[in-house]
Design a protein around this ligand. Structure first.
Ligand code: BGC
Length: 245
């Protein structure tokens, strides 16, 4: 029998593999953050706070700094942003506020957090967390807005904004299946719409795989074509290390 007094009080912990990445997901509904180890495993809980309205940089940035402060140390920062991002600068933010236009988010965050920072479209990061890296893969995220990301052999093709393609009746794809639409028309009709969007997109982009993610993907109840799958929403943060490959 083992003498319990010989056993260590706690099992020795292996330190997480470095470098550590602080992954931040800026969303139209929530701001989320966690720290990932070098293999992309989360080493902290996911912190979350509601997105303030109006969602201006001045209102949001202090909340983001407060959100990440308790998460401990990290070596670099990846930020997913819900709009077009070029070289760390925000070009559009349809579900936030027009004051984001031209905002140098990568520079400002790097200065504030004192770590190198990269910023990418939110769907682009989400996709990095789920793709296989083979051939053409497409990701659609269904949340506050509709995100879209295209990859070829694992390389992201930036800022494909299918969300803002006209769908008909003066509406865009995003208007048709976003969170407002879901609230307004209910799950049954929303599912029909999502199915139509998938049916329109597949023969145009011909992806080897299409992934449906985002907070509302859990409401999908129709039978998916064989090359289409639903992914976890956590991927929005887990893709954060791919920006540093
Ligand atoms: C934006 C996209 C974003 C998506 C999901 C859309 O309105 O144009 O860039 O990925 O919302 O947040």
């Amino acid at each position: 029998m083992v003498d319990p007094t010989d056993a260590p009080a706690t099992a020795p912990r292996t330190p997480p593999a470095t470098p550590l990445t602080l992954a931040i997901d800026i969303g139209g509904t929530g701001l989320k953050a966690l720290v990932l180890d070098a293999e992309g495993n989360a080493i902290t809980d996911r912190a979350r706070v509601e997105t303030p309205r109006p969602a201006t940089p001045d209102a949001m940035l202090p909340l983001i700094w407060d959100l990440v402060a308790p998460l401990g140390d990290f070596d670099r920062v990846s930020i997913g942003f819900p709009g077009v991002v070029v070289d760390g600068v925000i070009m559009t933010a349809p579900n936030l506020h027009k004051k984001w236009r031209g905002f140098e988010l990568a520079r400002v965050a790097a200065e504030r957090l004192e770590r190198p920072t990269r910023v990418l479209n939110d769907a682009g990061i989400q996709g990095y967390g789920v793709i296989e890296g083979i051939g053409v893969e497409l990701v659609l995220t269904l949340g506050t807005g509709m995100g879209c990301a295209l990859y070829h052999d694992g390389r992201y093709v930036p800022n494909l904004e299918l969300a803002h393609l006209p769908y008909g009746n003066g509406k865009s794809y995003e208007d048709y299946v976003d969170n407002h639409a879901l609230d307004k028309i209910g799950k049954k009709r929303w599912n029909k719409r999502v199915r139509k969007v998938v049916e329109r997109i597949l023969p145009v982009w011909n992806p080897r795989r299409l992934y449906l993610g985002g907070g509302n993907a859990k409401h999908i109840s129709f039978e998916l074509p064989p090359n289409v799958s639903i992914t976890s929403n956590v991927a929005g943060l887990l893709g954060g290390i791919a920006l540093w490959r």
